[in-house]
Design a protein around this ligand. Structure first.
Ligand code: ATP
Ligand code: LTN
Length: 334
């Protein structure tokens, strides 16, 4: 809880280009939450450097992601949108929480295992303690809810474990956060392998629709989407490619799966793919226009960055000071 509203925290990494999956599964659903919650949306640039980054590219992507948050409809006056690296309390709390987290717990994290396998030449300590920094993100803001995808549930569980352990020793310091899972159908699959999720780190550019893809590219990728040889448009697990296209279509048009199946009754895959492509373009075009408009308004974005970092710092420092006192750090002399 922060103030009268319940508090909400979420973040995204500025690594890679955001996909339609990130938008439909996460970002788009965040927009309406600020009425009910005090919302904090972070660009987690400190997490990004657990994988080697080109500094100029990281800086550019972090700004692009923050701009995208706003373009997607997160009003920076109503939501606190900021860079993790602008609020030093994240790293400070992470250090403290590191001392309350066991190696055995971190060893079980599947994301660590996956990323370590993928980046065998750079298995750094930051990659190992990534979940502790994520716990610090969430606990600093006393978040009641954390909107994340299924893939982040293990990290949320460890966050709860760390918070409970800490509270068990020192009393009620942290709010125990709950996951806030988006609506069903929000898992968008790869266009090239519909059994895998659409992911921004996929090496095959045809597998993902990127939020900044132009209409021609979107149409081309949809037309090349892998389907099957059943030649019927039904919404069922046996046809994962078609099911995914219908999911995308429904998410972009607001139609239900039943409505969509009726609409495409007797039609071919070609028609389905064209309709899906057009529905995606209709969603992405206004978003891209808004990004382009905001990119030109440097002063507006800069002001949002400055004022929101101050807001985030204020809220985060409050929790950090409490924690520092609990663990026995000497008081500050004013
Ligand atoms: P990476 O490929 O770098 O692991 P990612 O594309 O899987 O990245 P994340 O940065 O891990 O994306 O996730 C950001 C948010 O987007 C999370 O809340 C996640 O659950 C959501 N998300 C990611 N991919 C999809 C998808 N295909 N469908 C729905 N939601 C998704
Ligand atoms: N690990 C998350 C990103 C992330 C996050 C967070 C999400 C970092 N800190 C705090 C929610 C709350 C990811 O890879 N999607």
């Amino acid at each position: 809880m922060i103030g009268e509203k319940k508090s909400l925290f979420s973040g995204m990494q500025a690594t890679g280009n955001l996909t339609l999956g990130n938008y439909l599964g996460a970002l788009r659903n965040w927009v309406t939450l600020n009425e009910e919650y005090e919302c904090f949306y972070c660009v987690v640039d400190e997490h990004s450097i657990t994988i080697r980054q080109d500094p100029a590219v990281l800086r550019k992507r972090a700004r692009a992601l923050l701009t995208l948050y706003i373009a997607a409809g997160l009003d920076p006056e109503k939501n606190c949108i900021y860079y993790q690296s602008h609020v030093s309390a994240h790293a400070e709390l992470a250090w403290i929480l590191n001392c309350f987290t066991y190696m055995g717990e971190l060893n079980r994290m599947t994301q660590f295992k996956d990323k370590a396998a993928k980046h065998a030449d750079n298995i750094n300590a930051g990659l190992f303690t990534y979940p502790v920094l994520m716990a610090a993100d969430i606990l600093l803001f006393q978040a009641d809810v954390v909107p994340v995808g299924i893939d982040q549930m293990q990290h949320l569980e460890i966050t709860r474990d760390i918070a409970q352990r800490f509270n068990g020793i020192y009393g009620d310091v942290f709010t125990i956060p709950e996951a806030y899972l988006g609506k069903v159908g929000a898992k968008i699959m790869s266009l090239q392998d519909p059994t895998k999720k659409m992911s921004k780190s996929d090496e095959n550019a045809n597998a993902s629709i990127y939020l900044m893809d132009d209409p021609d590219t979107v149409m081309r990728k949809c037309k090349r989407a892998v389907t099957d040889s059943e030649a019927q448009i039904l919404y069922r697990d046996e046809q994962p490619g078609v099911k995914n296209l219908l999911d995308i279509y429904c998410a972009c048009t607001g139609k239900t799966a039943d409505e969509a199946v009726k609409e495409f009754d007797g039609k071919g895959y070609g028609e389905l793919k064209t309709a899906v492509g057009e529905s995606v373009v209709a969603v992405l075009k206004p978003l891209q226009d808004e990004v382009a408009r905001l990119e030109k308004d440097k002063a507006y974005i800069d002001n949002a960055i400055k004022t929101n970092a101050e807001k985030a710092n204020y809220a985060a420092t409050k929790t950090l000071r409490k924690v520092q006192k609990k663990v026995g750090f000497p008081e500050r002399i004013r």
